[in-house]
Design a protein around this ligand. Structure first.
Ligand SMILES: [Zn+2]
Length: 213
């Protein structure tokens, strides 16, 4: 499995291409915008983009999904269905944040905790991690100990919980009971900013680390 982070939109959201080194099939996680930039990398890396995976329904993560899915006839996989209200509100979200109009879509497949998703020969586990949004999911590749965590956890910080149906206690529980048990060595790509690993956050993150009981 290989990956490349492509920051997109004015929010510099960490859209990520993940692909199977053997088959060159790729999935794009969270195409929030700048689809030309994403497709240029797909071409340059000589990949076959076959799927779109979503961590949650916020505009900076999902904004280009409808367009891209239609253009390339791609299935849209995720998030968990409790984020349906966010996806239905993408048009309002794009207005509110000054994004290009987002084409409406309905995911081809909603995900649940314990599901797996696959691209080429690479299998990722799905963890339902509510709190930032109620249907937020995380994609975890156990073989390489790499997680794409969206807006659940950041280096030194955590996701906002002041949006509709956000819940701080749920978020902390998601991090401590779903993510940290995967192991200190697991590296993660957050929705924004630099990568980190769970051990570093567990020991030093002021919002969800061990020091905060
Ligand atoms: Zn978000």
């Amino acid at each position: 499995m290989e990956y490349e982070i492509i920051p997109v939109t004015g929010f510099q959201q960490n859209c990520t291409l993940v692909w199977c080194s053997k088959t060159k099939e790729a999935a794009v996680i969270d195409p929030g915008g700048d689809q030309d930039k994403i497709l240029a990398r797909v071409d340059a890396l000589q990949l076959a983009l076959t799927q779109i995976w979503l961590t949650h329904g916020h505009i900076d993560h999902a904004g280009a999904t409808g367009d891209l899915a239609e253009k390339l006839n791609l299935p849209i996989i995720g998030p968990q269905k409790n984020d349906a209200f966010w996806i239905e509100a993408l048009a309002q979200q794009s207005q509110m944040f000054g994004f290009p109009a987002a084409k409406p879509f309905t995911p081809s497949r909603w995900l649940e905790d314990g599901d797996t998703v696959q691209v080429g020969e690479q299998v990722f586990q799905v963890l339902h991690c509510p709190g930032h949004t109620p249907g937020h999911v995380v994609f975890y590749h156990a073989d390489t100990q790499l997680a794409q965590v969206g807006d659940v956890l950041f280096q030194g910080s955590i996701g906002r919980t002041d949006f509709p149906q956000g819940n701080h206690d749920d978020l902390i529980r998601s991090i401590r009971e779903k993510l940290f048990p995967l192991g200190d060595d697991v590296r993660f790509i957050p929705g924004h900013g630099a990568m980190s690993n769970f051990g570093r956050e567990r020991t030093s993150n002021p919002f969800c680390g061990d020091a905060r009981s």
